[in-house]
Design a protein around this ligand. Structure first.
Ligand SMILES: [Zn+2]
Length: 113
């Protein structure tokens, strides 16, 4: 006679024993501790990934505060002088190109975050 899964499930305000057939250690496939742990781990990994993204946004924001402040002053001064436009991809002053490229890259990353 096939053993019944020993998991007690709370449903309709009562505990019911799982009606599935026990396949391992007295549990059905879904309620076996290994399966329960695998689902919990998967949920945790998903949660961690979401938090990692939140943390990444915080790190970007912190890094941006310094970079954007420095470049914004330069940026608007140059726009005021008519030296560059919003569409400019390279800075007229080549020595400023690395920071200019970093600025453009950061805007792109912020848009994609
Ligand atoms: Zn079960």
């Amino acid at each position: 006679m096939a053993e019944q899964c020993k998991e007690q499930m709370f449903k309709d305000w009562h505990f019911h024993q799982c009606s599935r057939k026990a396949v391992k250690d007295g549990y059905c496939k879904q309620h076996h501790p290994d399966s329960v742990k695998a689902r919990a781990d998967a949920a945790q990994a998903k949660w961690d990934a979401r938090w990692a993204k939140v943390d990444k946004k915080k790190r970007i924001a912190a890094a941006d505060a310094g970079l954007f402040d420095a470049v914004d002053a330069l940026f608007f001064a140059q726009i005021a002088k008519g030296m560059i436009t919003l569409e400019t991809e390279t800075h007229p002053d080549e020595s400023l190109n690395p920071i200019w490229q970093a600025y453009l890259k950061r805007i792109e990353e912020a848009d994609n975050a």
